[in-house]
Design a protein around this ligand. Structure first.
Ligand code: NAD
Length: 437
């Protein structure tokens, strides 16, 4: 099939490369000319494991190409995916749909022949109706349907998630559009990924409900971690004991510094706003968002307390800046709140992240970036493990300790064991392991 993808970021590029790998002819479009010229030269603008090889092999096979010009790509496509960003709107937290609607207008002008227009971006309920209205108004003659097909991939494991999804949600009441979508994803039947056909509004809401539920799980275990610290229980064991129950499941029960990233924070806020607008407020999600916001900043307070109540003039070294390992994405990462609060308290902040420092430098000021974990720890009063990159899982602790000025180690991901850290002379602080580990 001939497919155009509008927006070649994390989702658009991964979707485009994977769909090309299924055998479709895919043209990825982006209005960012630098991104497109980099991609044409085989340079991948984001860090996503395996993506460079997948893009290269499909370009070489002639199935994947890149363009800034939307018209040609859309004119020849049978299916057009919209994969542009939907960030939080300033002020009310609702999804900013400017990019989606702008893309819809551009696509409308370029449509030729029967085309299925697919919203892959995460968009609030009713956006598909609006996209349809926009296109219909501009092109009353056009033969098209608008389908919602939200994406559930995770950064860091995006290719595997796209190729082996738990499910594919397709929202459309139109039989012809459903057939086309079945054809797009037919190669996945081999992996027996179920396609869930729903109404468009149901598909749109399903994405938000799924993300809000996962954010709730994380926030729940974080609160249990706080309680564990007070009562002398171990949150990892609590989580294991909960997660072995099939009704609950073990995933997203890792206590830590709070959820971040490009999806959960903005999607919970957008759902809250939708729910309020429709007169069915979601008190649970409202609380989750508020608790999580608090938590990110409270991590800095832990550092301050561990350093005796003040960080003024002290040096704090952060290991990991991205919201999770295996991505360079810094959007809404907990480290942003932690660094800002530490700097507000007068700390000198050093940091090392295997992939995120380029993005971090765009949003954080006055951070001294290090060349590796040991360089980062040099002269530090406290080391804070913020993101559990593999490279931080087996640190040479003697070397870290020797590089530091102080001995405070805050392990916000519970990577290390208390008895080992204390034996090595660290003043060790974990999350929710109430004394034992
Ligand atoms: P991104 O910011 O990485 O990429 C968006 C791209 O769209 C940018 O490169 C931008 O230049 C381009 N763009 C914007 N307007 C355009 C236009 N009119 N024409 C052509 N290109 C245009 O965003 P992302 O992380 O890929 O997210 C895209 C959507 O997918 C969002 O709605 C997001 O919520 C959703 N999503 C993201 C993830 C994730 O893990 N990142 C997972 C699931 C769903």
């Amino acid at each position: 099939m001939k497919i155009a993808i509008v927006g070649s970021g994390y989702v658009g590029l991964v979707s485009g490369a994977c769909l090309a790998d299924f055998g479709h002819a895919v043209r990825c479009v982006d209005k960012d000319a630098n991104k497109i010229s980099a991609l044409r030269e085989g340079r991948i603008p984001i860090f996503e494991p395996g993506l460079d090889g997948l893009v290269a092999s499909n370009m070489a096979a002639g199935r994947l190409s890149f363009d800034t010009d939307l018209s040609a790509a859309v004119a020849e496509a049978e299916v057009v995916f919209i994969a542009v960003g939907t960030p939080s709107r300033r002020g009310d937290g609702f999804a900013d749909l400017t990019y989606v609607y702008a893309a819809a207008r551009d696509i409308a002008h370029a449509l030729r022949g029967h085309t299925v227009l697919v919203t892959k971006s995460t968009v609030p309920v009713g956006t598909g109706d609006e996209v349809e209205r926009i296109v219909r108004e501009l092109r009353p003659d056009a033969d098209f349907q608008v389908v919602s097909n939200p994406e559930f991939l995770r950064e860091g494991a995006a290719i595997d998630d796209f190729k082996r999804p738990d499910r594919i949600v397709v929202g459309s009441d139109d039989a012809r559009a459903r057939e086309v979508m079945n054809e797009v994803y037919r190669p996945l039947y081999l992996n027996s990924a179920p396609i869930l056909h729903t109404s468009r509004r149901t598909a749109e809401l399903t994405k938000y409900a799924a993300n809000a539920f996962l954010a709730t799980k994380i926030t729940f275990i974080n609160e249990m971690a706080d309680l564990c610290e007070k009562v002398g229980a171990n949150v990892q064991d609590v989580a294991r004991g909960m997660g072995l129950d099939n009704r609950i499941g073990a995933k997203f029960l890792h206590a830590g510094p709070g959820y971040g990233g490009s999806c959960f924070p903005k999607d919970t806020l957008a759902l809250i706003k939708t729910a309020q607008d429709f007169g069915a407020p979601s008190r649970i999600v409202e609380t989750v968002a508020a608790v999580n916001d608090q938590r990110k900043r409270s991590m800095a307070r832990r550092v301050i307390e561990a350093l005796g109540g003040s960080v003024r003039g002290r040096t704090v070294a952060l290991l990991g800046l991205t919201f999770k390992p295996n991505t360079d994405d810094m959007r809404d990462a907990p480290s942003l709140a932690i660094v800002t609060a530490l700097q507000d308290g007068g700390a000198n902040v050093r940091a090392f992240d295997p992939e995120g420092m380029g993005q971090a430098a765009l949003v954080l000021n006055d951070v001294a970036y290090a060349s590796d974990a040991y360089d980062c720890a040099a002269g530090a009063d406290a080391v804070v493990l913020v993101t559990e990159w593999n490279t931080f899982r087996a640190l040479d602790l003697e070397r870290i300790g020797a590089a530091m000025t102080g001995r405070v180690f805050l392990d916000l991901r519970n990577v290390y064991k208390r008895e080992i850290m204390e034996a090595k002379g660290f003043q060790y602080h974990d999350v929710g392991r109430g004394g034992d580990a």
